[in-house]
Design a protein around this ligand. Sequence first.
Ligand SMILES: [Zn+2]
Length: 171
Amino acid sequence: METPILDGVLFILARIIEFINIGMIILFAVRGVPARYIYAVLSVTVISLLFFVVSLLFRSEDVLKLSFLVTVGAFVVMILIARHALSKASIDIILPEASRCPVCSAFVKQEGAIALHVGHSYLFFDQEEHLRKFLESPEDYAKIRRMEIKSDMIGKAYVYKNGVWLELKNT
Ligand SMILES: [Zn+2]
């Protein structure tokens, strides 16, 4: 009945998974992933650690196995959150050199740059305010800049902050 080797393996696997979860939390923070995803990974990690502590207190094989199952469950949840969060945070947009804002003609600097998905490319703005102005009447600005823009070509907007493009909400 006693399976100390299996227990040892479970124990080590569970600790490795928790270690990876903590690494993911740090990666999320560095990548500028929204706080709600960080809290989500943090809570599944804490739940799995709590079960581990309970399994130590009861020193029961069943509780230890249950704790391992919870840890694996937490890991799966973490992977799903990570896939979702990183796919949102890792959009690769290249700001062309000497890009100008279609509203005010200012050169667009990388930090704080706004990118608007239009058709198969992006339009860049120097500030969010000008993106809003543009979105109020895209056809007018398109005419001035001799661009072909229809409202159904306009997609999501992104802002460049601390090395990553993040989706802009409420645009
Ligand atoms: Zn501008």
